[in-house]
Design a protein around this ligand. Structure first.
Ligand SMILES: [Zn+2]
Length: 298
């Protein structure tokens, strides 16, 4: 007999058990809905040496914030970058399929080379991360229920210049990881996760300097020639185009293709699915894929 337990649960809030995590997530969700900033667990000072997804040389929140400020670009705020300013890519975590323009282009070039070498696509598990998602990850990490997470506002994921890769790259001893450590830096993607306080072989940061929206990528013209030898709707089974950010030029002759190859524009033969994925990633609409296309948009 336990007379102190009511037969019918009371609906009075003061009689509910106090669940701090639930209250925080509820408050965070409410604030996010109201357009205000999310709550960060207030015990960050105590947790200052438990920073995750951060270089092992960064040991407190102030250093992490300073390091993050150094990676700011375009006047944007970490984790609050409009999707319209980022380039869509395919990623497993819903809503994370965006990268900064130059990082995306170099990822696409790298993924084609990865596929040629390793025999499977280079999958992004998580790319861009919103501030609210970083808060949720941080709170879970601090509560001991989540993976390593950077202090909110300090993750390079929030700048659209980090990727967590799958495709075997998550395993420190795989051929895929060895290929990435050796070759990704040539595309500006550095295996920075190797240097985290707890290593994350899957985490890479894009280290190229930002040259402005649609600007040139260091060591890359930003253009590529793609040849698709599978049926593309409306244009048949062989279709070759010069693609760039928001641009597509149909190439009619082998001389046009060779002239571009001579000056170092990369050339790839790709299946239909990859051709369309690259068009999407470069913000080239499907309607631009035609035999008389000279599509270019600022
Ligand atoms: Zn990461």
């Amino acid at each position: 007999m336990r007379p102190d337990v009511p037969l019918v649960p009371s609906r009075a809030p003061e009689n509910r058990s106090f669940d701090r995590r639930r209250l925080l997530s509820y408050a965070g969700a409410s604030l996010a809905l109201a357009g205000a900033s999310s709550l960060v667990r207030s015990d960050s000072a105590r947790a200052a040496v438990q920073l995750g997804e951060t270089s092992s040389s960064v040991t407190d929140v102030a250093q992490a914030l300073a390091a993050a400020a150094a990676n700011a670009w375009g006047g944007q705020q970490n984790g609050r970058i409009p999707a319209s300013l980022l380039t869509p890519v395919q990623a497993s975590v819903a809503g994370s399929g965006y990268l900064r323009d130059d990082a995306a282009r170099q990822y696409l070039s790298m993924s084609l080379a990865f596929t040629a070498a390793i025999g499977r696509p280079l999958v992004i598990t998580e790319g861009y991360r919103s501030y609210d998602r970083q808060v949720a990850y941080w709170n879970a990490y601090q509560a001991g229920t989540g993976n390593l997470a950077a202090y909110p506002g300090t993750s390079n994921h929030g700048w659209g210049i980090s990727c967590d890769f799958g495709s075997g790259v998550e395993s420190a001893t795989s051929a895929a990881k060895r290929w990435m450590d050796a070759n990704a830096p040539g595309y500006g993607w550095s295996p920075t996760g190797n240097g985290f306080s707890r290593p994350e072989p899957w985490h890479f940061d894009y280290t190229g300097a930002w040259a402005g929206a649609g600007g040139p990528v260091q060591g890359d013209s930003g253009l590529m020639v793609l040849r698709c030898s599978e049926n593309l709707e409306g244009v048949g089974t062989i279709y070759t185009a010069l693609l760039g950010m928001r641009s597509l030029r149909h190439l009619l002759t082998i001389n046009q293709i060779n002239a571009l190859r001579v000056v170092g524009v990369p050339y790839y033969e790709v299946p239909r699915s990859q051709f369309l994925l690259l068009c999407d990633a470069l913000s080239v609409p499907r309607s631009a894929i035609s035999v008389d296309s000279n599509y270019w948009r600022r």
